[in-house]
Design a protein around this ligand. Sequence first.
Ligand SMILES: Cc1cc2nc3c(=O)[nH]c(=O)nc-3n(C[C@H](O)[C@H](O)[C@H](O)COP(=O)(O)OP(=O)(O)OC[C@H]3O[C@@H](n4cnc5c(N)ncnc54)[C@H](O)[C@@H]3O)c2cc1C
Length: 486
Amino acid sequence: MAERRSSVLVVGSGLAGLTCAADLAASGRETLVVSAGRAGRDGATHRVHALAPWILLTAPWVRSDSPARFLRDLKRLGLGLERSGLAEVLADSAHAAALRLIEELDLVPMDAKPVTLAGDELPRGLRCLPRNRHIMLAPALARCAAAGVRVRDRTLVFGLLICEGRAAGAVVVDRDTGGVSSVEADAVVLACGGGGAVFPVTTSPRWCRGTGLALASAAGVLLHRPELAQVLPVTAIPPLFFPSSATLVRDRIEIGSRVLPPDRDVEATTIAIAEAASLGQPTLLELTAEAAAILPERVRASPAFSQGGRRVPLTVALHHGIGGVAIDAWGRTSLPGLYACGEAAGGVQGRRRTMGTGLLEASIFGKRAAQAIIHDQKERGSHAEGARMAAVPGLPVEPTAIERRLDELLGPLVVLRPREAVDGAVQELMAWPLDGFEPSRANEATALAAIRRQAALEMLGGFREDRFAAEPGAPPAGSGEGRWST
Ligand SMILES: Cc1cc2nc3c(=O)[nH]c(=O)nc-3n(C[C@H](O)[C@H](O)[C@H](O)COP(=O)(O)OP(=O)(O)OC[C@H]3O[C@@H](n4cnc5c(N)ncnc54)[C@H](O)[C@@H]3O)c2cc1C
């Protein structure tokens, strides 16, 4: 009798998921990618070029630089909050991974040499543009198709199946039919992106609402510092564009009648904008002609910009999850058979992350998770035969009402996290009435609300523990010790 091929379910079709899936399928695994929207177009990866002026790949590029020096800088910014061994992998692999990404994603470098980014001592930032400006992940989708990966679009994962102490599949809702079903697999990869969209103002797509945190939490899987996330100033006029940190630290920023001092860092700017917003004061960025030229047409066409002397209002947005599902250096989680990679995984970097590393992390750890699955299945086998149990986050009644309430509760907590507001939000979310999991009663709206509520509780719990949390009026965490850079 032919041996049954082992099957792997990959949740998410961003760079991490597609990288992992292509390698798994090439090794003979039956690989299914499930994605909430249209595969390859529904994650943060697809947005990189839409909401930022270029794609940045940060790595040691020049002779005077090295993985050891890069690691030292990653750790300086991390303030000890990274997971052991992970920053080492990023530092060691970044250069080769950046070259691979340029080739695999068909990127074109904008400059002959890397540029020195705000806050850095060495030129590490290679600015690139995609040759195909529409679908950044088209080459990755093509590689998956050639390797035999099956892809299921418009399918939302909202629970894990557990069998004999191992991950054994997922609970999904089909967004077209509304049907809830189980997808069984011998291993599951959480490549479902970060938790930006737990917050109402974010650069992340709506699907990236902390599925990794929520599913892992419901299954009792270890998390790493779910509260760690990067917040950035963006244009308040949609599409929430990031005008580059060189602009944010150099160009004139006005808050009420006050002008921010020159040579500030991005974190101090972010906190100043958030504090002003909490007092009802707008923030205006006045761009040079060169910086204005990179803004999207929609922002330049706005009355605020065209009549206001190249001035745009700024707001702050949750940008990138740094914490997430705890992994080892190969993407293994604390639950056998469950792996995580890309923004869903936590702890490659600590308190502050270096910009231009998200795609590298997705690619490096997507590949490592595939290798770990192949290795683990050879060592231990993969099939569990017992009954499957569903681990699903609590399904809130009145999902529309809780989504609205989450916007109200979390909107003011993007940067400033006063203890009473955090405690009040936790109490209210804990007290929200929940339905037990009953497949015939679950639907897309309850699944989405369940993911967001559970992820929010994990993040809020982390804010309570966060000794670096920005309280109103406090100086930026670790200011002077390091800067964010892009
Ligand atoms: C505006 C912007 C600019 C950026 N600029 C850069 C840059 O210049 N350089 C750089 O290196 N990084 C950059 N980043 C960061 C980088 O894009 C991300 O770190 C990286 O793309 C994350 O990839 P991922 O595969 O982990 O997640 P994503 O690309 O976010 O993919 C997540 C996938 O999971 C799916 N998903 C989520 N929840 C579910 C669910 N419940 N069920 C089914 N599917 C689900 C989503 O639909 C999506 O397919 C930027 C990010 C943004 C938003």
